[in-house]
Design a protein around this ligand. Structure first.
Ligand code: ADP
Ligand code: ZN
Length: 611
């Protein structure tokens, strides 16, 4: 194995990427690679997989080949490397023949350190002939789960990559999918059974987790968005129609959003994606079709307006927030109506049992009364010793109460409705308990029931939450095959006869919002200067437009925030900021210095005027 020992991995990290320390596992992975070992790297989205091959690529002589399935991602990654002064290119069908020839020539001359390409090109005769003329020192296979039929994104072309090991160079397979079967599939198909496997924690501590009852969703969403002024985020909806409607409603409220779903024409899709990447559109309301292939580091929030199918999708989707490691918020709306929709989807999915079970786990998560992160991580096989402190359950632990009387009121009303020949449903039941004056209640004679109005003292929304809890405690069930009629179960009969029940106090989301805000302040101290941050954002935007790349390719938000916190006024001090390597310092150091000095000058003038 030939590699230069001129610079250490840390020196490369600082010089080219502007970071001063490796994250967990990165160093070990790099060392194993430099030792010529094959590796399998499992890290969550945003965990820092790219540096695992980018750093050795700069330390090894010759070329590092990066196999990546998404053409759209290649360009951003290559742009980001170029912004750091690294000789990187991609080869794919979006380029003209001339462009491709010129890159091939530079490859043969050894002028390129990293080449990104798609698997279908890699297996062609032409490409393999080209490879013979190049000194290749490392192959990295990104999104390696695509090789497995068991993974969630199987791609035929990936199954032909086994020949890579014949070249006697280290192969690094990287993925964010941790599943054991899939893992075995990857190493066996790539012929790297002896690979060193590195599994990073899937925890993303910077993401706050919260679940809200699916009532008054728009109101709650607007409240949430107030905390995210000028932030970039994604709101996931179940249906195409849903995305269009919600986007329109938000636009009416003064937010500038765009919608995205699989039904859009491809030029529109591209435009929406592009505007999002470039911070032209801050909020995208989308179906789950949006996000794959979007590697935007400063997504500050993810909202699930509807319930996801399973925890895998949920985790992947919220994982699109906070790739830069800064605090980001996620919020999921949980309603029974969504559960029913998903249930019928699962029934028709061809794998009703599997999908139904996955949905159940999703529901259990949404209803959790223990730390949500612990639950989520345990689902992925990681056992967390402590409560996280960054989920809604940790911040506002549920308060238990004696629920026997409430449950008896509800259950006896269910039974009385049955006797009257009226099918009890959740909403109707709550209305009868509340003594609602609705026409249909009088028409059906429900106002004559002895329990009509016995729950008048409890607000309608609270009743709904209590009833959902009772449902989940199994006191009654919904007969899907009988037009969703509620039926008392054996457990319910036991309660009617006097058994104890514990319920949790309903969530008052207005109040909760207020306490959450207070919490947030303590957790995320605004240690940086917000006005300077805005000024730096404007500067970044101008550079990005000039170079036609997304702003985060120039600087991540975390870099700008560090500058806004430390206000460095010399090039040396600017070089110390995270994310600023030599190349960026040379290119933009002066611009930053000017911006900071200008800002300091204005501030001091304002102060003088105040005095
Ligand atoms: P992944 O490919 O695993 O989703 P990336 O490689 O895109 O993640 O890394 C996510 C973010 O973390 C990027 O913005 C990257 O620059 C940053 N990052 C990675 N490693 C480090 C490190 N050692 N120090 C600081 N930032 C890092
Ligand atoms: Zn928690």
């Amino acid at each position: 194995m030939i590699h230069t020992t001129k610079s250490s991995a840390e020196e490369i990290l600082k010089k080219h990427f502007g970071y001063s320390a490796f994250r967990s596992h990165q160093k070990e992975i790099i060392e194993a690679t430099l030792n010529g070992e094959h590796t399998l790297v499992l890290m969550p989205t945003g965990g820092g997989k790219s540096l695992c091959f980018q750093v050795p690529a700069l330390m090894l002589e010759g070329l590092t080949l990066v196999v990546s399935p998404l053409i759209s991602l290649m360009k951003d990654q290559v742009d980001a490397l170029k912004a750091n002064g690294i000789a990187a290119e991609f080869l794919n069908s979006s380029q003209s023949i001339e462009e491709q020839r010129s890159i091939e020539n530079r490859l043969i001359k050894g002028e390129i350190k990293l080449l990104y390409t798609a698997p279908e090109r890699l297996v062609t005769f032409e490409f393999r002939t080209l490879l013979k003329q190049i000194q290749l020192s490392l192959v990295a296979i990104d999104e390696a789960h695509c090789i497995s039929q068991w993974g969630h994104d199987f791609r035929q072309e990936y199954t032909q990559l086994g020949f890579l090991t014949e070249m006697n160079i280290p192969v690094m397979a990287l993925t964010a999918t941790a599943d054991k079967i899939c893992r075995r599939d990857i190493t066996s198909q790539l012929n790297i059974e002896n690979a060193n496997i590195f599994i990073a924690s899937f925890d993303r501590p910077n993401l706050s987790l919260s679940v809200k009852p699916g009532q008054k969703k728009l109101e709650q969403l607007l409240q949430f968005l107030k905390q995210h002024h000028k932030d970039s985020g994604i709101i996931y909806c179940l249906s195409r129609n849903g995305t269009e409607q919600l986007s329109a409603k938000l636009n009416e409220k003064g937010y500038q959003t765009a919608y995205y779903h699989a039904g859009l024409e491809s030029h529109l899709k591209n435009k929406v994606q592009d505007d999002f990447l470039k911070d032209e559109t801050l909020i995208i309301v989308a179906t789950v079709a949006f996000g794959m292939g979007i590697d935007k580091s400063n997504v500050r929030f993810i909202v699930h307006y509807n319930l996801p199918k399973n925890l895998e999708s949920y985790y992947q989707e919220i994982g699109r927030a906070g790739r830069d490691g800064l605090p980001s918020n996620t919020m999921l709306f949980y309603s029974y109506a969504d559960v029913m929709k998903m249930k019928s989807w699962a029934d028709d999915s061809g794998q009703p049992e599997l999908q139904g079970n996955k949905l159940k786990r999703m529901q259990q998560y949404a209803e959790a009364s223990i730390c949500r992160r612990r639950m989520l991580l345990s689902y992925f096989g990681e056992h967390y010793e402590k409560d996280c402190g960054n989920c809604d359950v940790c911040k506002n632990p549920p308060k238990y109460m004696d629920g026997k009387e409430l449950a008896q009121k509800a259950l006896s009303t269910i039974e009385r409705m049955h006797r009257k020949g009226v099918a009890p449903k959740l909403t109707l039941l709550a209305e009868v308990l509340r003594g609602s004056g609705k026409r249909e209640i009088f028409d059906a004679g429900l106002d004559k029931l002895s329990t009509y109005g016995i729950g008048r003292d409890i607000p309608f929304l609270d009743w709904q939450q209590y009833l959902v809890q009772m449902l989940h405690l199994g006191l009654f069930e919904i007969a899907y095959d009988q037009n969703n009629t509620l039926k008392t179960t054996d457990a319910g009969w036991r309660v009617l006869k006097g058994a104890q029940v514990q319920l949790t106090q309903p969530i008052n989301y207005k109040q909760k919002e207020a306490s959450r805000k207070a919490n947030n302040k303590a957790e995320i101290p605004t240690i940086y200067d917000g006005d300077l941050f805005e000024a730096l954002r404007t500067m970044r935007k101008a550079i990005a437009v000039e170079q036609n790349v997304p702003p985060f390719v120039i600087f991540h938000d975390s870099t700008l925030k560090a500058i806004a916190a430390h206000k460095p006024t010399t090039l040396n001090a600017i070089g110390e900021m995270p994310g600023i390597g030599e190349h960026k310092l040379n290119n933009y150091g002066n611009k930053i210095m000017e911006a900071v000095n200008e800002y300091i000058k204005i501030q001091s003038t304002i102060k003088e005027q105040d005095n």
